[in-house]
Design a protein around this ligand. Structure first.
Ligand SMILES: [Zn+2]
Length: 930
């Protein structure tokens, strides 16, 4: 006894030393938390939860994760690592020692066993290594099926164990299952049928670096994590959290992802220890939030698994037996959800044993408990609706099989392109199955599933879709220049074309139907266009807007909103140019947000460059559209460009740098740069005002954005949907100088005040004189106006611009008069009209007559002897200006005529003499010559 106890103590010490040894320690801990939200949102992201009992959470953590959970404010109690508890871990050092399945194989024996399966059963078994671990160990997968080298139309399934290296029950069970299947093929009808009708992949050790942490010779000291201390069942892309829920993918994770991608797995299970139950999707969400489309089916097969285990095991084993994953506790980055979401598989998680590193003497019991369930699970492959999808020529097709009004969250399945086989396991019901393949006419077939374990064959032949061609030309918007090397593609099809130098593209043999045409060229705004293709060839013209990337070179562009913990422009880091936008400096639990709301004009894409330097997996840059998280980055991310589709309508683009409760990493920041937004509308308002009075100018004509609009009473017009860009506008209004200018429309509504300068106007006051008297009702035509003189012979016109005007004055009894004025100021004009002379003036009572006319120096004035002498003679020029005056002193009498002196001073031209003689006033036109 004593010796045995001493041995146990020594073993414990030895194992403990191994644990705290070479590559960082793995801790097992207990902490208290009752809040399910905190557990599902935070704790599960920091430590690797093993189980939850009431408020007690048992979990594994590496050094970093332990520090982290402490920083979160928890005081975890460190427990003895399960691997440090003494138990029998008998190792088989040769294959023969595995005969009773009550030992763990050394790594070398494991390899030898895997190789021997293949060697002993070459018709049934192929060994493949799907990758290599960090420490150089192999990730082996056995393929087990009849005619193993043939690609036959059979459904495929996958069992994998011990992704947590210290959860080893499944490791030996997988080896034993392989042996059972291979040994019994041909003798046991159940196994024979299984291998004839299905392909089984077995991966006994998914984390050999964790299992053989202490060396190839022992599983003692096995760890949950891999050689990097990473829990790989938190390391897969997650449908809720994103691609990197716990930092970069580990080599083992990548190998598993590549394997899944290369197969068409219908069913799988991942084996663990630490609890006793079957766990079905989703792990990412609690069932009240989101259920898998096949939730009922998953529950039914889980109940079957648990029931069969209960029938084959002692009372008390395998409880609670089954659970929806998220309802147990939410996991981010688990393999199960990854397989179901990204590979349309049906994967469950099996917890075989409440404890870790199962003692070797217990291993045969677990086989007995689980064997029937392990075999029955494989037999689900023989249920549901299955068959092949081919074309009319018998060529297998990779088709998508969707259960209409049922499938969601990527739950559709696909047919295997090598032989066209598909399998859609379904709960009972009447279902519409849609079979669709690129280039073929989709087919919807109704099936009736009577029982969950019933099966039916439905072979489908898809007809080639009628094809057409689509061609067109792509131009630059604005310049209408054809664009070369534009990438034109039909989304979700392989069709892609580049435009030639004339902007021309063509795609032939395109299925008819509705598609989205994507037009992209660097330096331009990517556009997405709905196209409806029918049998007639379509030729379309497309215009690309020049890209207007926002590169933050001139400060924070109006439109971006950032308030508390604002993002700021920095000049030391940039993707293009000199500047970029950097998240604000924040402390723990804080967020720095920058956002911009835009009314998107047409479906398109947003792309932007980003960089992060933060605490990996905990402090994130997250991008949202309308509050929906689109992507997240953390750790060291060098400049990378991200692109997301954007719908029309109001969209809010938001970048958040979010820090968790504790710790920082790197520069503790995120940067964004060179954002290319889809085309957006802004509102542009014009208010037109007079520059002199400041008053609104109504009915001013605004030509802008290919439209012409008049301002209202308040001098305003609003253009509601204006695309971004630099635009010319012109405002015109009578009496004002035209204004032509450019306006830059970017991300905010524009309110543009335009002041118009009034053009000065002048008035002309006409005084029309005829026969020495004011002429009433003389008609004056000037520009557009017609004026009539009043009793004083005057008429005034206003509002004339500075320029030359011709005017015509006419009045009854007078010769029409035409004059020209170069208007530069308010002006008074006196115009003398000459009477129409029909007879000799003497005979019609005109007493006075000047001669000679024209004259050069002397002018004589003849008069009737009985008339009274003149008192005054005034001389006017044609503009009506009085230029000379002669009184009696300036006149010499020569019989019946007078000689007028002083007229030799006048320049040559036309003059009017206004003769006042007694009560008579006479006007006579005279012409002076040299
Ligand atoms: Zn596990």
């Amino acid at each position: 006894m004593r010796n045995k106890i001493l041995f146990a103590i020594l073993s414990f010490l030895f194992l403990f030393m191994v644990h705290s040894g070479l590559f960082g320690q793995e801790y097992y801990l207990k902490l208290k938390e009752r809040d399910r939200n905190l557990i599902n949102e935070h704790i599960t992201r920091v430590v690797s939860i093993h189980k939850i009992e009431g408020e007690n959470i048992y979990a594994f953590a590496n050094e970093e994760e332990l520090a982290k959970i402490r920083a979160y404010g928890y005081a975890p109690e460190l427990l003895k690592h399960p691997s440090d508890t003494y138990r029998n871990l008998d190792m088989a050092t040769n294959i023969d020692q595995m005969a009773d399945w009550d030992r763990y194989p050394t790594y070398e024996v494991y390899r030898a066993m895997m190789k021997r399966f293949e060697a002993q059963f070459p018709e049934l078994c192929r060994l493949d290594s799907i990758g290599t671990t960090i420490k150089g160990r192999k990730l082996y997968v056995l393929k087990i099926t009849s005619q193993v080298d043939e690609l036959l139309p059979k459904p495929e399934m996958f069992y994998t164990s011990s992704i947590h290296g210290n959860e080893t029950t499944g490791f030996v069970l997988m080896l034993r299952l392989a042996d059972h299947l291979l040994q019994n093929y041909g003798s046991d009808s159940r196994v024979t049928k299984m291998l004839n009708e299905s392909v089984i992949y077995l991966n006994p050790a998914a984390n050999p670096d964790g299992t053989y942490k202490s060396g190839n010779h022992t599983v003692a000291g096995a760890t949950r994590g891999n050689a990097n201390g990473k829990d790989m069942n938190r390391n897969f892309p997650d449908p809720r959290v994103g691609t990197y829920p716990s930092g970069p993918h580990q080599p083992e994770t990548i190998a598993m992802m590549e394997f899944a991608q290369s197969k068409n797995l219908s069913l799988s299970a991942n084996f663990h220890d630490g609890a006793e139950l079957i766990n079905y999707p989703w792990d990412a969400w609690v069932s009240s939030e989101r259920k898998h489309a096949d939730h009922n089916w998953f529950e039914a097969i889980s109940i079957q698994w648990a029931d069969q285990v209960h029938s084959n095991s002692p009372q008390g084993y395998f409880f609670p037996g089954y659970t929806h994953g998220g309802d147990w506790y939410v996991v981010a980055g688990g393999r199960q959800d990854y397989m179901n979401y990204w590979h349309h598989c049906r994967e469950v998680t099996l917890e075989l044993h409440d404890n870790f590193l199962t003692a070797t003497e217990l291993l045969p019991s677990f086989w007995n408990y689980q064997k029937e369930s392990l075999l029955s699970y494989i037999e689900w492959l023989q249920t549901g609706v299955s068959g092949t999808v081919m074309n009319e020529a018998g060529v297998p097709l990779e088709a998508r099989i969707t259960v209409l009004n049922h499938d969601k969250d990527e739950s559709w399945v696909r047919s295997n392109p090598y032989h066209g086989h598909y399998l859609r396991m379904l709960e009972p019901g009447t279902w519409q199955l849609e079979f669709s393949a690129f280039g073929y006419v989709p087919q919807v077939l109704e099936v009736e599933v009577t029982d969950i374990d019933s099966s039916q064959t439905l072979n489908v032949i898809l007809k080639k879709a009628v094809t057409t061609s689509i061609a067109g030309r792509v131009y630059e918007f604005g310049t209408n220049k054809p664009l070369k090397d534009v990438e034109v593609s039909l989304k979700n099809t392989p069709h892609i074309a580049l435009t030639d130098s004339s902007g021309w593209f063509q795609m032939d043999s395109v299925s008819i139907g509705n598609f989205e045409l994507r037009i992209a060229k660097e330096g331009f705004i990517t556009s997405l266009n709905e196209v409806e293709l029918d049998t007639t060839q379509q030729i379309i013209e497309l215009f690309l807007f020049p890209g207007d990337p926002e590169s933050f070179e001139e400060g924070l562009t109006p439109g971006f909103l950032t308030e508390t913990n604002p993002w700021t422009i920095v000049n030391d880091v940039s993707y293009d140019g000199l500047s970029s936008l950097k998240s604000g400096e924040i402390s723990h639990n804080r967020t720095s947000t920058v956002s911009i709301p835009l009314k998107i004009a047409a479906r398109g894409e947003i792309s932007f460059a980003l960089k992060t330097s933060s605490e990996a997996s905990y402090d994130f840059l997250k991008f949202y559209i309308n509050g929906e998280e689109k992507a997240a980055w953390s750790g060291e991310t060098d400049w990378t460009v991200a692109t997301f589709a954007v719908d029309t309508g109001m969209q809010v683009f938001e970048w958040k740098y979010i820090k968790d409760q504790a710790d920082t990493g790197g520069s503790d920041a995120a940067w964004i740069d060179q954002i290319v937004f889809p085309q957006s509308f802004q509102q542009v308002s014009f208010e037109i005002l007079s520059s002199s009075s400041g008053e609104p100018v109504n009915e001013a004509l605004i030509q802008f954005d290919s439209k012409s609009q008049l301002t209202d009473q308040a001098g305003i017009f609003v253009f509601s949907e204006v695309l971004r860009g630099t635009k010319i506008y012109e405002v015109s209004k009578d009496g004002f100088q035209n204004v032509v200018d450019t306006l830059v429309v970017s991300f905010v509504n524009v309110f543009n005040k335009v002041y118009l300068e009034e053009i000065p106007t002048y008035s002309i006051m006409f005084t029309v004189i005829g026969s020495g008297l004011p002429v009433k009702d003389a008609k004056i035509e000037i520009y557009d106006n017609i004026l009539w003189t009043d009793n004083e012979g005057t008429a005034t016109t206003h509002g004339l611009f500075a320029r030359n005007y011709e005017y015509i004055i006419s009045a009854e009894g007078y010769n029409p008069y035409t004059g020209v004025i170069d208007l530069k100021a308010d002006t008074q004009l006196v115009v003398m009209l000459s009477p129409v002379l029909t007879e000799d003036p003497a005979e019609v009572g005109v007493f006075w007559k000047a001669f000679p006319n024209p004259f050069s120096d002397q002018l004589h004035l003849m008069f009737k002897p009985d008339s009274s002498g003149p008192l005054l003679i005034e001389v006017f020029d044609p503009a009506g200006k009085r230029v000379f005056e002669i009184n009696e002193d300036g006149m010499e009498s020569h019989g019946s005529s007078l000689v007028l002196n002083g007229l030799d001073q006048l320049q040559k031209g036309i003059y009017f003499l206004r003769i006042l003689a007694g009560k008579e006033i006479l006007v006579q036109k005279v012409v002076k010559v040299e």
